[in-house]
Design a protein around this ligand. Sequence first.
Ligand SMILES: [Zn+2]
Length: 430
Amino acid sequence: MHNSTITLESIMNAFDPRRLSSHIEAFARIGANEFGGVTRLAFSQEDRKGREKFLHLLETELHAEIHTDPLGNIFARRKGKHPDWPAIMTGSHLDSVRNGGKFDGPAGVLSAFEAFRVLDLLRIETEHPLVLAMLTSEEPNTFGISTLGSRGLAGKLQKTQLEALRDDGGKDFRTALASIGGDLERIQEAVLKPGSVKYFLELHIEQMPFLDRERKNIGVVKGVTGICRERISVMGVASHCGTTPMTERRDALCAASEVILALERAARGEEGKAVATIGHLNVFPNSINITPERVDLDAEIRSYYPESVHRILHALGEEVSRIQETRGIHLDRKPLYRTEPTTFSPDVRGAIREAADRLGFSTLELISMAGHDAAHMNAVTEAGMIFIPCKAGLSHCPQEWTDTEDLVRGAQCLLQTLLLLDKKDDEENR
Ligand SMILES: [Zn+2]
């Protein structure tokens, strides 16, 4: 069939809302718990069941070549008119957090699946090969690694580091990977060859409240936040809680409380640009009748704007000095981890916006404050993300919800974006 005879309207009418939502529900049953949540951790029995189901869907319903790589990433490839041209890839993940929701991950994989089904149905042949990707372990697995599949594709994994890993259950990483059809010995083969994938597009629920609140259909994601973590150790003096007068205490936890509030103030000063959290404390000796001797706090700052991170760290530094002086307590700061923000491809962002315009969908430009596979893919391809609304921004919980109409709009926008990117590169090639 000639693509030119197919109208935008006929493509969009081919999407089947009931089918898409029934696929979401079907995957939500794998790992469903009594709280209405889903637990489908990477490498678990539920993960394997989900993969089996997904492979079965691909095999029975799509005209595509199916392939599982040594990291367990699953791909379905439509050749297109030029099988040797760089591919356009789209996808997300099917694993979940503990007691998570139905949409985080599956929304992206299953809307891409629906888009591929529409292409098959209308016998649309793209110029480029089109690849549907289900990426392994986007969420942190029991070995503490997140975005495993996309890190592997981007060449950011080392076999030697992975083979040393054991989880709490004593399982080693090699065995876990083998259980989903992967092979630690061959993970270098998973690395994308330069020029093999031109674009990567991921649809995901927003996990923030902005689209829902502002009643917008499509989030055009400008980039992904950077993350800065540091450990702050507060060194006080342990003493008898009854016999030590209030004026003579060097209570580490009281000082730590000031640090927590100081960080909150600093982050509020960057409202809309940064968030900061102290979500983990170790208190020594953590006893009811001893003044706390030492507290270790792990602080995290997330922002797309390096200058905001800088200002927060500076403000925190001044407060720490003040707390040291006023309380006669020593505080120590140590950087733990830092990732720089990601800015997505202007080509992909432009295509998403144009696709939404053509379809009559409203858009909002957003920064993702959560990490995603697309951020790693951006290092080796031109990547981008479509966000769709989720109720009140709730995610990683059983209450996570996206209306079917929003899912379908997202899937339609995804397909239209893929077709625009397919054409765009074609124009450049000519
Ligand atoms: Zn996700």
